[in-house]
Design a binder for this molecule. Structure first.
Ligand SMILES: NC(=O)c1ccc[n+]([C@@H]2O[C@H](COP(=O)([O-])OP(=O)(O)OC[C@H]3O[C@@H](n4cnc5c(N)ncnc54)[C@H](OP(=O)(O)O)[C@@H]3O)[C@@H](O)[C@H]2O)c1
Length: 240
């Protein structure tokens, strides 16, 4: 049986790597990171496609290569790559602001633009855009990061509606996912006092693991989740 092909961006570590491990037995994976050296492991039956999304030229080349090499059989995309530079807006450099917008928001938008053409022709496909709890709650010292994540929520809802407007008879789903506090490199260096503050706000009384997100993504990719569309899903142990 031919396996469905799925692109996972930011698959070298953290949430993206956990998703890649979870999906690897069922799907043919296209794994992305900013550079090939970021991959320190091998996943059988997978392809590597790298690009630093903060560089607009690399993003354009990535989208072209994705379409050329994998366009025909692409079934799913998980736009997971992301970065943050936590700082007061007053002191945030324009370079860091541009980087967060380019990697967290522009890259998913351009990848969706590329794959929606394919999905509209095939009348099937699924996109999961990785947002964040702070896209809804906001967070001090993450104003630009939070804005990019909030943008992904309305972008995903709009795209789901657009797919329906273009195709009456279709099975294209666009969903955003909002993880809470997940223990990865992204949260590793937060001060202990910050971590303790968050923990008190989480009813499940633990931080999330990358596998908590991967397990849910696996469900969303499956046909059992066929009626989940055009919405934002929180996975945060109750932190809101
Ligand atoms: N951890 C959390 O608590 C949390 C909560 C809510 C939402 N999220 C979101 O979940 C996603 C994954 O987060 P994570 O915690 O797993 O982060 P992570 O461990 O830091 O991994 C980030 C991934 O994104 C890739 N990436 C970073 N900068 C890039 C760039 N300029 N161009 C291309 N790829 C780039 C990295 O590739 P390289 O290895 O090549 O750098 C890596 O694969 C992000 O979108 C994040 O905003 C995380």
């Amino acid at each position: 049986m031919i396996k469905r092909k799925i692109l996972i961006t930011g698959a070298s570590k953290g949430i993206g790597l956990a998703i890649a491990k979870k999906l690897s037995s069922k799907y043919e994976l296209i794994l992305h990171a900013s550079k090939p050296e970021s991959f320190t492991f091998e996943i059988p039956d997978s392809h590597i496609l790298c690009a630093d999304f903060s560089d607009p030229n690399q993003l354009t080349a990535f989208c072209k290569q994705l379409k050329k090499e994998h366009g025909d059989h692409l079934y799913g995309v998980i736009n997971n790559a992301g970065l943050t530079f936590d700082n007061s807006l007053i002191f945030q450099s324009e370079k860091d602001i541009d980087k967060m917008i380019q990697v967290n928001l522009k890259a998913p938008i351009m990848i969706c633009k590329t794959v929606m053409k394919i999905f509209n022709l095939n009348k099937t496909g699924i996109i999961i855009n990785m947002s964040s709890v702070v896209g809804e709650t906001g967070n001090a010292f993450q104003s630009v990061y939070a804005a990019t994540k909030a943008g992904l929520v309305s972008f995903s809802k709009s795209l789901a509606q657009e797919a329906a407007a273009l195709n009456h008879d279709h099975n294209i789903r666009v969903i955003s996912l909002s993880p809470g506090f997940i223990e990865t490199d992204m949260t590793l260096n937060l001060p202990e006092t910050e971590k303790e503050k968050y923990l008190k706000m989480i009813p499940s009384r633990r931080f999330g693991q990358a596998t908590d997100i991967a397990n849910y993504v696996s469900f969303l990719m499956s046909d059992e989740a066929a009626y989940v569309n055009g919405t934002n899903i929180h996975i945060n142990g109750g932190l809101l």
